[in-house]
Design a protein. Structure first.
Length: 222
């Protein structure tokens, strides 16, 4: 949004999670029409799928805590999608706006007290620097987690589901190259992420196996 406000002429290539049409960045996905184009990772659109996968891993958990970032159009869309999916699945969502160290510590104390069976994290970037703290608190309280980024799972989180970010960066880089060779952003359709990965930490899964009603045996990496 800041880049769009700063210049109406310099080409801008984005990799983002929100809907660029709803945010007013482009006129349409097929015909951006201005100086911006790029790749959308569909983070908000797959939020419901992440809740569904977490519910399958922990079917006994009737209450799911959700850590969200500051209120913005992207977070709002992600939250709405999760809440809609929760109603369909018969789950109760406990929402916590927590991004600082103290807020996250307080959120975990409350969600444990309220009997949350698992923790779902939004894709908000302000949560990423707190992954280590969140994983530590989740392990301490034996709580299954569902992240957006696979890196959190490799560090000890239980699971993640999201786009292959490096592939999105590659697509954005290819568009940048085409623009540098003379093509216009207005003529390059906004691309949607097509590759997604479900990652699970088997060591963490075995530690939490008593929480699962049935044995889940995924492949070692995804």
């Amino acid at each position: 949004m800041a880049a769009k406000a700063a210049t109406p002429t310099i080409p801008v290539v984005f990799e983002m999670g929100g809907d660029p049409v709803e945010l007013g960045l482009v006129a349409s996905l097929n015909r951006p029409g201005g100086n911006l184009t790029g790749v959308v990772n569909l983070g908000a659109e797959i939020a419901a799928k992440r809740l569904e996968l977490l519910h399958k891993l922990v079917p006994a958990g009737e209450s799911i805590a959700m850590l969200v970032g500051p209120t913005d159009p992207y977070t709002q869309a992600e939250t709405v999608n999760v809440q809609s999916a929760a109603r369909t699945l018969g789950l109760r969502m406990l929402l916590f706006n927590a991004t600082t160290e103290s807020e996250i510590t307080a959120a975990f104390a409350t969600l444990v007290e309220r009997g949350a069976g698992a923790v779902l994290l939004t894709a908000h970037l302000q949560l990423v620097p707190r992954y280590d703290q969140i994983i530590s608190l989740a392990v301490r309280n034996a709580l299954p987690t569902m992240f957006y980024r696979g890196s959190a799972v490799r560090d000890g989180g239980l699971s993640s589901y999201g786009p292959v970010i490096n592939e999105n960066y590659r697509l954005a880089g290819a568009y940048t190259g085409r623009i540098l060779k003379g093509e216009k952003p207005a003529d390059l359709p906004v691309q949607l992420a097509t590759r997604f990965e479900f990652v699970i930490n088997l060591k963490t899964a075995r530690t939490l196996s008593w929480k699962f009603r049935h044995c889940y045996s995924p492949s070692p990496t995804r």
